[in-house]
Write a protein that binds this ligand. Structure first.
Ligand code: HEM
Length: 333
């Protein structure tokens, strides 16, 4: 995309979205990667239709979703195709097992099927086909746009704060030079890159709020929280609160993470981009390794700056994303 010795304007949001879709398709479906990609494309369509339906006034008419409107029929068609693909994938793996070829691989689907077989053998019941399909869908939904958003906001901020871009590149060069590929072990030695990623997660958290159900009456300071009600914890507001982060809460300053996550805020527990408790994000380590690897590789090859055509308009769909893309000018180094 960028000439050997040149510069190009690229919408990094769209490129990084395709990249993280590829990563999650490979991790979830390994050898069946191509079918995985098709599945995830369909799921993207499904999300778009769902948001259209949720935003439509007809959403408030009881029973409307059962009426065969154009939109509802499209939704059913996409859902059916998604189920067919996953069923086929599972069928093929089971078939190979029957033929004695134990072909369950180290991908998410393989691990899930293998542990499910054991569960059924030992306890007589396990996950149904529907459960497995839903788990595959959830991983894609939870893991694709979130990681793409993290990487996109990081690149945007490093375009705006060139001093941090230079520091990060120096660190990457010190560890890997210009050509050595960063690997899983050494990626954790990148302290400045880690600080930048944490500050981006604070500044533009891909998941902007958490929902919780209240199980018993309680009080949060003077605020009564009533059993049976749902409440929302606005991550993005907590992450920018000057009482918790200091007067520079609305400034990008990775240095605040220099002494680790637990010392970054004035009040512990003010940083929770991956949620918390029993439902904490199970993909957080995966996402952080992916983000560090990708960022290190980009910093090794390119310097980048903001394009004059960039329009700042974050919006919240599945994750906090740049509504009009993120055009950056990349220079080969
Ligand atoms: C920067 C990237 C990511 C961010 C910011 C993020 C954030 C979150 C948050 C805030 C939650 C809700 C946690 C809670 O309610 O306490 C969550 C749940 C979840 N995430 Fe992530 N996530 C990311 C990447 C990923 C990836 C790559 C995967 C899969 C490989 C993944 C899989 C999941 C799953 C399956 C859940 C549901 C867990 C449950 O309900 O038990 N996430 N994530």
């Amino acid at each position: 995309m960028v000439a050997e010795k040149g510069s190009s304007e690229i919408d990094v949001w769209s490129s990084l979205s395709s990249m993280s879709a590829d990563v999650i398709a490979r991790a979830a479906f390994g050898t069946s990667y191509e079918e995985g990609k098709r599945l995830f494309k369909l799921q993207d369509q499904h999300v778009i239709i769902t948001f259209q339906v949720l935003r439509s006034v007809t959403n408030y008419i009881p029973g409307w979703r059962y009426i065969p409107t154009k939109m509802n029929r499209k939704m059913i068609k996409v859902e059916r195709e998604i189920r067919e693909i996953v069923k086929n994938l599972i069928g093929k793996r089971k078939e190979s097992l029957k033929k004695g070829k134990y072909e369950y691989k180290d991908d998410l689907l393989g691990i899930m099927l293998e542990s499910n077989e054991k569960e059924i053998e030992e306890h007589g019941s396990g996950m149904t086909m529907d459960d497995i399909i839903e788990e595959c869908k959830l991983f894609h939904l939870a893991g694709e746009d979130t990681t793409a958003a993290l990487l996109t906001w990081t690149m945007l901020l490093l375009s705006q704060y060139q001093d941090w871009q230079t520091k990060a590149r120096e660190e990457v060069f010190n560890h890997f030079g210009k050509d050595k590929s960063p690997d899983f072990e050494s990626i954790n030695h990148l302290k400045i890159v880690a600080m930048i990623i944490n500050e981006t997660l604070r500044f533009y958290p891909p998941v902007t709020s958490l929902s919780r159900m209240i199980h018993q009456n309680t009080k949060l300071d003077k605020l009564p929280l009533l059993k049976g009600k749902e409440f929302s914890l606005p991550t993005i507001l907590v992450h920018r609160d000057p009482d918790l982060w200091g007067s520079d809460a609305n400034e990008f300053n990775p240095g605040r993470f220099a002494q680790g996550v637990s010392n970054a805020a004035k009040v512990p527990g003010s940083f929770f981009p991956f949620g918390g408790g029993p439902r904490v994000c199970i993909g957080q380590n995966f996402a952080l390794v992916e983000a560090k690897l990708v960022l290190a590789k980009i910093l090794q090859r390119f310097s980048f700056q903001l394009s004059p055509s960039y329009v700042h308009a974050p919006r919240c769909l599945v994750s906090l994303e740049p509504q009009f893309g993120t055009p950056l000018i990349l220079h080969k180094i």
